[in-house]
Write a protein that binds this ligand. Structure first.
Ligand SMILES: O=C(O)C1=C[C@@H](OP(=O)(O)O)[C@@H](O)[C@H](O)C1
Ligand SMILES: C=C(OP(=O)(O)O)C(=O)O
Length: 468
């Protein structure tokens, strides 16, 4: 890929944007499948795998723990799981770079707990601010030793001292009893759903499985926990989630996977928002008719901004997928018209894109229940408030809410900062469609989940009719 300019002049179309965009595989599904495939009882094959910074970091992490992961065709990955006896690490341990990936820093430590030996976790400087405490406390409650500079504060960097895998005979490398016993633990997951997902994913390999009880305020991003449960069940794991706030995972084998990864519906968001921002039409093919992805909520969120959303089932797969088409509304003068959305609750990782549309809307919009976004790639409430104000937008920031006054007339060009946050970069790109002279610092940060974003976006806006 050519290096995009920095700052990147956000493309601004002459009129409505029309096109078809094929989005790459879901980050959340790719990284869950990779973890389960690494712990499975046989080799797995994953198709449509996301190739981005976060998925590469996951592949490197699982490889360091003994899995063998290779690209056997474009977009297709074969995973030979870690050996039956569990992940093995050299005497001086291994180091895992989590980058800024929540899925790596949260999902891999419980896998490392199954390893024999020390696994050091590190990451980007910005990653050191992301909360890890509940995962580390849970591991401690499961009898796994965790130490290192960030262990007490509940942040990276830290070291997990695995005792060996369940089923492995004898003692782990450091003399601890082999394997993780499992059982009942309590976790406060009000800071991130990933704390729950992380423990559930490794739980079938704990000797007694896991009975996880959430304590504290509500768990954010519940869709992502639903995704974890669905993926585990798909691998033949017995999960009981019938009582809200409690999950029971039975111990047992994880069936190998042969599956295709759905497109990333959260990353489809900015492209669909381009239709809303410009009064155009954007289609995303291969949209799953049924999915656990939170991005499916675009179907209900975008109509709140006055857009029309249509789903046409594909002819050739029995309706399993279809094309989602979003058409933005236009006023009598032909100009794009974005209606005031009112309150949108729990938009989670969709919030930055929704925020861009709130700024362009005719009237007020509030994003509520998003306090935990302060622990994302950056403090997203602060970042969205700051960058909105830089553009001339009127926004008020509360502890877990952003309230936008709306009204695009007051907006003007600016150099928008992205804070190493891919979704701040796409937020800026959406605004650049409607506001002249928007420049985006470090658009390349989109490589976290969508390395080709600058090209795809430019092609869509320049009216090439879509991206391949
Ligand atoms: O499990 C996952 O794949 C994710 C869970 C969510 O995390 P939070 O619960 O911290 O919001 C989401 O925001 C993140 O992008 C991906
Ligand atoms: C919060 C996000 O990422 P992560 O998986 O790093 O938590 C996100 O992609 O919006």
């Amino acid at each position: 890929m050519n290096h995009p300019a920095d700052p990147w002049p956000a493309p601004r179309p002459d009129g409505p944007v029309h096109g078809t965009v094929r989005v790459p595989g879901s980050k959340s599904l790719t990284n869950r499948y990779l973890v389960l495939a690494a712990l499975a009882e046989g080799p797995s094959r994953l198709r449509g795998v996301l190739d981005s910074r976060d998925s590469r970091l996951m592949i490197q992490a699982l490889t360091a723990l003994g899995a063998s992961i290779s690209r056997v065709a474009p977009g297709t990955v074969e995973v030979i799981p870690v050996p039956d006896a569990g992940p093995r690490t050299p005497a001086d341990g291994v180091t895992i770079d989590c980058g800024l990936a929540g899925t790596v820093m949260r999902f891999v430590p419980p896998v490392a707990a199954l390893a024999s030996g020390a696994v050091h976790f590190t990451g980007d400087e910005a990653a050191l601010a992301r909360p890890m405490g509940p995962v580390l406390q849970a591991l401690a409650a499961l009898g796994v030793r965790v130490d290192g500079p960030g262990a007490d504060a509940g942040t990276l960097p830290f070291t997990v001292h695995g005792g060996g895998a369940a089923g492995a005979a004898g003692e782990g490398a450091e003399g601890a009893q082999a394997g993780v016993d499992g059982g009942r633990i309590e976790v406060d997951a009000s800071g991130s759903s990933q704390f729950i997902s992380a423990l559930l994913l490794a739980a079938p390999r704990f000797r007694r499985g896991l009975h996880l009880v959430h304590t504290g305020a509500s768990v954010p991003s519940p869709e992502h926990i639903g995704m974890t449960v669905a993926v585990l069940r798909r691998c033949g794991v017995d999960v009981d989630d019938s009582v809200p706030g409690r999950w029971r995972v039975s111990p047992g084998p994880i069936r190998a996977l042969d599956t295709a990864v759905e497109p990333d519906l959260s990353n489809a968001g900015p492209f669909l928002a381009a239709a809303v921002a410009t009064g155009g039409t954007v289609s995303v093919p291969d949209w799953p008719a049924e999915t656990t992805q939170i991005g499916d909520r675009w179907r209900s969120i975008l109509p709140a901004f006055g857009a029309t959303v249509e789903f046409s089932p594909a002819a050739d797969d029995g309706g399993a997928t279809g094309t989602l088409t979003v058409t933005g509304s236009r006023g009598q003068d032909g100009r794009p018209r974005i209606t005031a959305p009112g309150d949108l609750d729990g938009t989670a990782e969709l919030a930055p894109t929704a925020a861009a549309l709130c700024l362009l809307a005719d009237g007020p919009g509030r994003l509520t229940g998003i306090g935990h976004l302060r622990g994302h790639e950056t403090d997203r409430l602060a970042a969205l408030a700051t960058e909105s104000a830089r553009l001339g937008g009127r926004v008020e920031e509360g502890p877990d809410v952003l309230a936008f006054a709306g009204g695009r007339e007051g907006l003007h060009g600016a150099i928008l900062q992205t804070y190493e946050d891919h979704r701040m970069a796409t937020f800026a790109a959406v605004l650049g469609l409607a506001v002249p002279d928007v420049l985006v610092r470090d658009i390349a940060t989109t490589a976290k989940t969508m390395p080709d974003f600058p090209r795809m976006w430019t092609e869509l806006v320049d009216g090439s009719g879509g991206t391949a």
